[in-house]
Design a protein around this ligand. Structure first.
Ligand SMILES: *[C@@H]1O[C@H](CO)[C@@H](O)[C@H](O)[C@H]1NC(C)=O
Ligand SMILES: *[C@@H]1O[C@H](CO)[C@@H](O)[C@H](O)[C@H]1NC(C)=O
Length: 521
């Protein structure tokens, strides 16, 4: 660890004794000339704390007495006057934390001052007592906030740091799952923490000049709290004795407990609960079915957030009005009727329960292994997987208040479910009907044209409305405003209307100006 200050002096040293005799002379000359060669400083550039190091300053060729001074960062720390021709001084230094700096030797001889080159001494303090300090402290923070971890040591100098997250080394590679974050000196900074940043962190501080020496901290557990989501509110009702009670549920889907839930009825707090582990709270509230009890709000809060649910009217409407059933048949790809879906609709009722009957006997919920029917939508929908003679018949839906066994059933009219033979696909049927229609139209058209050519007085457009019926070249128009009396015979008009028989009706020279109409039969 020892080195010499300055290249120039090394050269001199190598030449050693060879130059010595010349230097004695040269010293005298240079003293006279006002300049002797610069002194030479030999010493370590690294030293352990509390060790003792030796700096050696040589000024060969300088005339005695020589005053040697050891300067640290420009100020003298030790002085020695050598009276004889020894031309060198030795300085012993006990290394403390403040010993680090640039050392230089200053030689004063015969009125001249000379400086040696510089040696930068680094004080090595062996690392010990590494520990992680977290900001915030305690290390619990919300998503999106900033986390700063510092690797602090009780002692140590010239340190390098390595961080570990859940026992994995933290690197600043862009592929690292913990990005974005920053390793800066002894700190690890995460600007926007997410749930992934939570976990155990520790650091290792290493003395850079002595790679083997390190100190490892203990683990610090970082907790990242999720922000709360807006709470959802709902309620169920039950009967207790002769009174009714609602069980109001307040629930947040996201967030980190503990949180406090509060229930407000018409803006008055009626309950609060600290939820330490879950994100749900229940509140019992007495109710009277059929009455509007007010508006419920649920609030959830933690030390950072306060969120309020949508309002919910606390009103339980008993089942009432009428009940109807909708049937929807489901067809297979080959257009065979395969299944049916029956849906029960009721006019009102907040908590209805449903049951179904076939030909008057009750169907129970989908029993294990039952393939013929299934209930869905809390019994509101009945699915018949297959329509067979065994499950064809008259279905009824009935409903009552689910919370009150004593309430009366309200029943629908029966609806018939049976297989109806639909053998052809609708599209096929439409296609055939359309073809028939086309062919008929064509045939009719051809017949009409043929007849027209044969008998020009014949009916051309039998589809015309009665008030505007044309007959070949001589046309007559019969309008409803034309009084029947102006037509010679009512029977004739009827027959004219029908316009079907050959040659039995014809119009002769209608003169509309004169409103005369001749009809020959
Ligand atoms: C309310 O409902 C929840 C969930 O079903 C239940 O755990 C709780 O005991 C109920 N509270 C009351 C007061 O009935
Ligand atoms: C239900 O009644 C109808 C009509 O009386 C009958 O056709 C059908 O087979 C009956 N269904 C069952 C499963 O008994």
């Amino acid at each position: 660890m020892a080195r010499r200050a300055g290249r120039t002096y090394l050269v001199k040293e190598e030449q050693g004794l060879h130059l010595l005799s010349i230097l004695v002379l040269a010293g005298l000359v240079s003293a006279v000339a006002g300049g002797s060669p610069p002194p030479d400083l030999i010493g370590p550039d690294k030293a352990y704390l509390k060790s003792v190091v030796v700096f050696q300053c040589k000024s060969p060729g300088s005339p005695a007495p020589i005053a040697f001074e050891l300067l640290k960062d420009g100020s003298p720390v030790k002085t020695r006057v050598v009276p004889d021709n020894d031309q060198e001084a030795v300085f012993r230094l006990k290394i403390s934390e403040t010993s680090e700096g640039s050392y230089q030797c200053r030689v004063t001889t015969g009125g001249t001052i000379n400086h040696s080159g510089m040696i930068h001494l680094q004080v090595i303090i062996l690392v010990s007592g590494a520990h992680v300090t977290s900001d915030p402290q305690p290390p619990v923070l919300y998503e999106g906030s900033r986390l700063t971890l510092s690797c602090d040591v009780r002692a140590g100098s010239h340190l390098s740091y390595t961080w570990f997250h859940n026992r994995q080394e933290v690197t600043s590679l862009p592929t690292s799952p913990l990005n974005p974050r920053l390793l800066l000196g002894n700190t690890l900074i995460v600007e926007n923490v997410t749930a992934e940043h939570a976990g155990n962190y520790y650091c290792i501080a290493r003395t850079m000049l002595m790679d083997r020496r390190f100190s490892s901290s203990s683990e610090v557990n970082i907790k990242v709290k999720a922000h709360l989501s807006v709470p959802q509110i709902s309620f169920t009702i039950s009967k207790e004795g002769s009174s009714y009670r609602c069980n109001v549920t307040c629930r947040s889907s996201r967030g980190t407990p503990p949180v406090t839930f509060r229930l407000l009825l018409d803006n008055v707090e009626v309950g609060s609960e600290v939820s330490g582990e879950s994100l749900v709270a229940w509140f019992p509230v007495p109710v009277v079915p059929g009455q509007d009890m007010g508006v419920l709000l649920c609030r959830v809060e933690n030390d950072a957030q306060l969120l309020t649910s949508e309002p919910l009217t606390l009103e339980v409407v008993p089942v009432g009005g009428s009940v109807t059933v909708d049937i929807e048949y489901l067809y297979r790809f080959d257009s065979k009727m395969s299944a049916a879906r029956l849906q029960c609709h009721l006019s009102f009722g907040t908590f209805p329960s449903f049951s179904w009957s076939l030909n008057g006997s009750l169907l129970f919920g989908c029993c294990e292994g039952s393939t013929s029917h299934a209930l869905a939508d809390a019994g509101r929908t009945l699915l018949l997987a297959e329509i067979t003679p065994e499950n064809s018949g008259y279905y009824r839906c009935r409903t009552k208040d689910s919370y009150d066994n004593a309430s009366a059933w309200v029943e629908s009219e029966p609806v018939l479910v049976q297989i109806t033979e639909v053998t052809m696909a609708t599209i096929e049927v439409i296609a055939i009907v359309f073809c028939c229609f086309l062919m008929l139209t064509l045939a009719g058209g051809v017949a009409c044209v043929t007849r027209m050519l044969r008998n020009p007085r014949e009916c051309v457009q039998s589809s015309q409305q009665p008030e505007e019926r044309r007959f070949s070249d001589n046309f007559c128009i019969i309008r409803p405003p034309l009084p029947l009396s102006e037509v010679t015979s009512g029977t004739a008009l009827k027959r004219l209307d029908s316009c079907s028989a050959d040659n039995d009706v014809s119009c002769v020279d209608s003169d509309l100006q004169n409103q005369t109409l001749e009809i020959t039969i």
